[in-house]
Design a protein around this ligand. Structure first.
Ligand SMILES: *Cc1c(COP(=O)(O)O)cnc(C)c1O
Length: 402
């Protein structure tokens, strides 16, 4: 990938996505489930650019969505309704209504109260809503607390007993069709054991439901597969799939997997240019043109991203903080990082930026969000324009007149 050329053509800050890498990741995971009916439902929130979602649609992917906006994106990108799932802990009435009207595969229900809302809304629409229930297996996923979702301390899903009660309610309701069970215990999982233990618990629930004549069709294992940001060992897709499938003996279920980060993170690069170097006491800073409003993960989670300098500088590496222009001390990409002396306009490439990068961006400090570029078979193309000042004020401007 010629980052220098891309930066000069599309300017910085810039997101670049390698679509071929995304395909490779998709195929590897899909292949791991071979021999069993399975759907990969791409977790749209990881990278929701329409061209990226369309790329997955072309590979046969479904979509896991966590807002009706994402559901609309999935439809626009060509994902068929029967492969679209709507998850999330706080769906509004309007969102539920639209999901039912659009006849998506199912709604992942995250609380008893939500189930009652879905039943009422489906009845109003004179429809039967397919649902799945998100179980919280109370297993520690051993990941960052902000991206852990499978403990009772977390807001997600319901405990097994509540889930059972909800399935019985659904079976007896004439506006609900319980078709699946769902769990998603966290993100950036690098340890297989918690996923396996969760699958065992949830598969047991499926068996106990069969015993009372509630037959599910979908076993939705969520996403969460970790990737290598630094030097982490990760879970091999094949081991992951086999561990899950091992818990489903005697059950005739389609496995649904909702990968996000695994498919896109290491396909993405964030390109930013060096503005200045400065020294505050003993501390050396490299100030770049990208900021936390472009890539929030370091500020939000203290996340590590590998950063590569493209420079003619031949100096020895020094320890620096790489920071953006935003008025927050949290606005950094790396702390105490080793880089050679850099010149104005040298390029830094932030790796593993294809998931939870652009999508978490904002317009803080009245900064337009970066452009996005896709590279496929050696060809680069723009897939989102850089936001300009007019874009940023478009929804406010008319109120100045008053
Ligand atoms: C975020 C999310 C995913 C994807 O998580 P990754 O760690 O990116 O794979 C899958 N399912 C649900 C319900 C999610 O909220």
């Amino acid at each position: 990938m010629n980052f220098k050329e891309l930066a000069s053509e599309y300017k910085t800050p810039l997101y670049v996505y390698d679509l071929d890498y995304m395909s490779k990741q998709y195929q590897e995971l899909k292949e791991a489930f071979r021999g069993r009916k399975s759907i990969l439902a791409y977790a749209v929130k990881a990278n929701s650019n329409l061209s990226v979602v369309k790329h997955f649609a072309n590979l046969g992917s479904g979509a896991d969505c966590v807002s009706i906006g994402e559901v609309r994106r999935a439809f626009l990108a060509g994902i068929p309704a029967y492969k679209i799932i709507f998850s999330g802990v706080g769906k509004s009435d309007d969102e539920i209504r639209e999901a039912i009207e659009k006849d998506i595969l199912y709604i992942n229900v995250e609380s008893e109260a939500e189930l009652f809302r879905v039943a009422i809304i489906a009845k109003e629409l004179n429809k039967i809503s397919r649902i799945s229930i998100r179980v919280n297996p109370n297993i520690d996923p051993q990941t960052h607390p902000y991206i852990s979702t499978g403990l009772h301390d977390n807001k997600f899903g319901v405990d097994i007993n509540t889930a059972k009660r909800m399935y019985i309610f659904s079976k007896n309701s004439d506006s609900l069709d319980p078709v699946g069970v769902h769990f998603h215990i966290g993100s950036q999982l690098t340890n297989l054991e918690p996923i396996y233990e969760s699958a065992v618990i949830v598969a047991d629930l499926v068996r106990s439901l069969e015993a009372i004549d509630i037959e599910l069709k979908f076993f939705d294992i969520g996403g969460g597969l970790g990737i290598t940001y630094d030097d982490e060992a990760t879970i091999k897709p094949y081991d992951y799939a086999q561990a899950i499938l091992g818990t489903l003996k005697g059950l005739d279920l389609t496995v649904i997997c909702e990968p996000g980060r695994f498919l896109t993170a290491n396909a993405g690069y964030f390109l930013t240019k060096v503005l200045y170097e400065k020294q505050n006491g003993a501390k050396k800073f490299v100030v770049v043109d990208g900021a936390m409003n472009d890539l929030l993960r370091p500020a939000l989670y203290g996340a590590y991203h590998r950063i590569e300098a493209i420079t003619d500088s031949a100096s020895e590496p020094r320890t620096v903080d790489i920071v953006g222009p935003v008025c927050e001390s949290g606005d950094f990409f790396a702390k105490d990082y080793l880089l050679p002396e850099l010149n104005h306009n040298d390029l830094l490439v932030v790796h593993s930026a294809g998931a939870y990068g652009f999508g978490m961006g904002s317009n803080y400090n009245t900064r337009g969000r970066s452009a996005e570029v896709a590279v496929e078979k050696g060809q680069a193309r723009l897939i989102r324009k850089r936001e300009n000042f007019e874009d940023l004020i478009a929804l406010e401007k008319e109120f100045l007149e008053n």
